[in-house]
Design a protein around this ligand. Structure first.
Ligand SMILES: Cc1cc2nc3c(=O)[nH]c(=O)nc-3n(C[C@H](O)[C@H](O)[C@H](O)COP(=O)(O)OP(=O)(O)OC[C@H]3O[C@@H](n4cnc5c(N)ncnc54)[C@H](O)[C@@H]3O)c2cc1C
Length: 464
């Protein structure tokens, strides 16, 4: 897309249309609005429209489309590939649109397009309700949901998209439409897994479930010596676990903090987060064999507020570090894969790096793979190699480390990749993410966004 000259009169006219603010590079607030979770992402848009409602979004989409301006949409700014920002062009910043309205009688929530997981969990938990969503509280709800939406409640209640009733969308034509099973059902299908390709989602409506307010949960941590044995136990446990139980895992170097034993500070630990969406007695019975296995150096288990649990890992993945991810799905954790993991965790390259496991399955796998655009419902695990560092001089080494580990694990992986954890990995990987649904998504893209106005994402190019 060519760099477009913007005359100041046109910009001022656009600015007057907005209920929110328009930021230029010299404006106060511009730096904050253009910084995202991954410090590797440094982009300089010409304009940032901090939108306060759907009418601002309509004005911004229309302004960009009429001038052939590059357009990016920023929600929580968490995307590892940096797709919430663009160079030159216009960024639609949805962060002021963070309202969540819960209807406790209907057990639904209406969530604006810039709300974060912290906003969603806080408001729903006021009523003892919740919906599946991400495990780091600053993640944007809309960006997460448009890709599918993993979370600890997923095994019991399905992905975030499986709980989505409707979405309000500003389309490439600047129209505001509602998509649901009854209205524009093809668009609604595509929004549930097709990412930000189809428009700007200004609001999402979810079904909610009774959760908490306290949930039984805990932490287990094992040292390097026990890793192979414990992973073999984990694969059996994860496969047999009831839907209410989810156990996410991570190899992390123990930070020098009181919640980690001092003898282990700096040593790589295998950490398990035990989570149970149900009562304490059942949780104790389910997790008892795990807690009795091996010699964990941390073995804690106590009820805690769901909101608190949902923020428990925030400090392990703070904004402002440099990150690069390589991820795959796995149906199982075969011995060969475990051997590779054991070999690689010996050389975790920095004190912030990790390799983390999502525990999927349960209700996620029971939903028909054609019911939504999210195609990869079978795998029980996803594993992501996640180096994190601070010095730009280390970029190449750390990225290469992630690729090397990923290559060694890939032989054991199942098909596909989750669109929301893709780094900038090229078109073939994007096709793998959309899998068997790619062509159907492409024809829906052609209908709703034939000029590819929404292209700063894991892009599905329309048919020409
Ligand atoms: C630390 C961390 C933890 C994570 N944990 C989880 C997890 O537990 N479960 C999970 O499923 N994923 C998780 N993710 C991945 C996450 O879902 C993606 O990074 C997602 O893209 C984040 O959305 P965002 O709005 O925060 O990001 P942004 O960078 O703002 O946007 C990401 C993409 O979504 C599009 N987008 C955002 N909002 C809208 C909107 N309202 N309308 C249209 N398009 C929009 C953007 O255009 C862009 O293409 C995690 C990511 C990080 C960095």
């Amino acid at each position: 897309m060519a760099t477009v000259h913007l005359d100041s009169e046109a910009i001022e006219t656009f600015e007057r249309q907005l209920g929110g603010t328009l930021l230029r590079p010299s404006d106060q607030g511009y730096d904050e609005a253009t910084s995202v979770w991954n410090a590797m992402v440094e982009k300089e848009p010409t304009l940032v429209a901090r939108c306060r409602g759907a009418s601002d979004v309509i004005a911004a989409v229309t302004f960009a489309r009429n001038r052939d301006l590059r357009l990016a949409v920023k929600g929580g700014g968490h995307n590892v590939a940096g797709n919430g920002l663009c160079d030159d062009g216009l960024v639609i910043d949805l962060s002021p649109m963070d309202a969540v309205r819960v209807d406790p009688a209907a057990r639904t929530a209406r969530v604006q397009g810039g709300a974060t997981m912290a906003d969603l969990d806080r408001e729903t938990q006021t009523h003892g309700l919740a919906v599946t969503g991400g495990i780091i509280s600053s993640t944007g709800v809309a960006g997460l949901t448009l890709g599918g939406g993993w979370g600890r409640l997923g095994r019991k209640y399905g992905l975030a998209i499986d709980n989505l009733r409707s979405a309000d969308v500003v389309t490439a034509d600047g129209d505001l439409v509602q998509a649901s099973d009854d209205q524009h059902p093809e668009l609604f299908w595509a929004l549930r897994g097709g990412g930000g390709n189809f428009g700007v989602v200004t609001s999402l409506e979810f079904d909610l479930h009774e959760v908490g307010p306290e949930i039984p949960g805990g932490v287990l941590a094992y040292t390097h010596d026990d890793v192979a044995e414990v992973l073999r136990f984990y694969r059996e446990f994860a496969a047999e676990a009831p839907d209410a139980a989810s156990v996410y895992a991570a190899f992390i170097p123990a930070p020098p903090e009181p919640r980690f034993p001092e003898e282990q500070w700096g040593e790589t630990l295998l950490l398990f987060r035990l989570f149970y969406a149900g009562d304490l007695e059942s949780a104790k019975a389910v997790f008892e064999p795990f807690r009795a296995f091996g010699e964990p150096v941390i073995n804690s288990f106590e009820p805690m507020p769901y909101v608190e649990y949902q923020q428990i890992s925030d400090d392990l993945f703070p904004a402002g570090r440099r990150y690069y991810w390589k991820s795959n799905y796995f149906d199982d954790l075969p011995d060969g894969l475990i051997e590779q993991l054991v070999a690689h965790v010996e050389d975790l390259p920095t004190q912030y790096s990790s390799i983390f496991f999502e525990h999927l399955g349960g209700e996620i796998g029971r939903v028909d793979s054609d019911a939504t655009a999210y195609p990869h419902r079978e795998p029980l695990f996803a594993i992501t190699v996640s180096p994190a560092w601070t010095d730009p001089a280390d970029d190449q080494v750390l990225i290469e480390w992630a690729r090397d580990v990923y290559d060694d694990l890939a032989a054991y992986a199942s098909d596909g990749v989750y669109v929301n954890v893709l780094s900038n990995e090229g078109e073939a990987r994007v096709r793998e993410a959309y899998g068997e649904h790619f062509e159907r998504l492409r024809s829906i893209k052609t209908e709703w966004d034939p000029e590819n106005v929404f292209n700063v994402n894991q892009n599905i190019a329309p048919n020409r």
